[in-house]
Design a protein around this ligand. Structure first.
Ligand code: ADP
Ligand code: MG
Length: 332
């Protein structure tokens, strides 16, 4: 199968929203009046961002999910994406599953594949995604990292740390019971981009970011770019590790146990969560809860933005905890 057959078979579909899709030298995308384009790229490299053993259907999902997550963090509505793909060989079984996984998620978000590039090489997937954000009275409605203000409250969506548990199991540094592995593996391989929440938070959140490298590391970007500090309740965050509930409900679970410090570490520095971390004024609390309800996304208040720079961690009693979670790897 040649390059052009491959593109036609697995990646070319009739253009819908785009003025011109796959097949010419450029795709054409018409932004709606009063809208700004939001653009983001993410590259996934075998061995670095995914394991060679991963199911291609799930890989297709994840490659697009991490890009949709960037749009979500900006409060942008997905429009279209391009796919640059390096493949060691034209494996049709692999291509069919990969494109199905990717295009199923694309369809769910009405985000269309409008072009790309295909070449032979070590497996590498690079997606550039395009979304739209309204401009009102000359003011972009995009959520940025730079808008957090002292007094704002800090929230996170969904669950934290589970993807990291699965990664450590694959690395051989942690052993977990089968139900924990199942749950954490699906969080690692098929993250849920919080697109509806990001859209619902426009005009409410003061700053937002999606968590790819770990909550505290990504919070650091908000703090630096907003010129503020924060206090984070470590145990409000560590309660959000979904698989922790399986341990809680089964006191006699076999295998390695995970201690309090490790739960905190997973939640605060796990990475690969693709949840939204955002701030909002305290006066907007009911609007935040309404945005969560309307997008059917769980959100939890985990801290506050403060004038004093730096990051403070407290336990459930409010006592300050040493913050070794950014640099210390509990599973190394
Ligand atoms: P060019 O050489 O002019 O850049 P190509 O021959 O690489 O164009 O690609 C032909 C068409 O197929 C273009 O419209 C391009 O956007 C599209 N395309 C190439 N690879 C992919 C892919 N992996 N997914 C979607 N579209 C692709
Ligand atoms: Mg050309």
């Amino acid at each position: 199968m040649g390059e052009f057959d491959l593109i036609a078979r697995y990646f070319k579909r009739p253009a819908r929203r785009a003025a011109l899709g796959v097949g010419d030298d450029c795709a054409l995308l018409q932004p709606a009046p009063g809208m700004q384009l939001a653009i983001s790229s993410d590259m996934l490299v075998e061995g670095r961002h995914f394991l060679s053993s991963v199911d291609p259907r799930k890989l297709g999902h994840k490659a697009l999910a991490v890009n949709l997550s960037d749009l979500a963090a900006c409060g942008a509505k997905p429009l279209a994406f391009t796919l640059a793909l390096a493949l060691p060989r034209a494996d049709e079984t692999w291509l069919a599953a990969f494109s199905e996984g990717m295009l199923a998620l694309a369809d769910a978000h009405h985000c269309e594949l409008i072009g790309g590039d295909t070449t032979r090489g070590p497996l590498n997937i690079c997606i550039t995604i395009f979304g739209e954000v309204p401009v009102l009275d000359g003011q972009s409605q995009a959520l940025l990292r730079s808008g957090a203000k002292p007094g704002d409250e800090l929230y996170v969506s969904g669950t934290l740390g589970d993807a990291r548990i699965a990664l450590e199991v694959f690395r051989g540094t942690l052993s977990v019971p089968a139900p924990v592995f199942e749950l954490t593996r699906s969080r690692m391989e098929q993250p849920t981009p919080r697109v509806a929440l990001g859209l619902a938070l426009r005009g409410i959140a003061s700053a937002a970011i999606d968590i790819s490298d770990g909550l505290l590391g990504d919070l650091g970007h908000i703090l630096t770019q907003s010129g503020v500090g924060a206090t984070v309740q470590a145990d409000a965050a560590s309660a959000l590790v979904a698989s922790r509930g399986i341990y809680r409900d089964n006191s006699t679970i076999p295998g390695q146990t995970i201690d309090m410090d490790q739960w905190r570490s997973l939640a605060l520095a796990g990475g690969d969560d693709y949840e939204l971390l955002f701030s909002a004024p305290a006066s907007a609390r009911s609007q935040v809860l309404q945005a969560a309800a309307s997008s059917q996304t769980h959100v939890t208040r985990i801290g506050a933005i403060e004038r004093a720079s730096g990051l403070r961690l407290v336990d459930s009693e409010g006592s300050e905890l040493p913050n070794h979670y950014c640099s210390f790897d509990h599973f190394a």
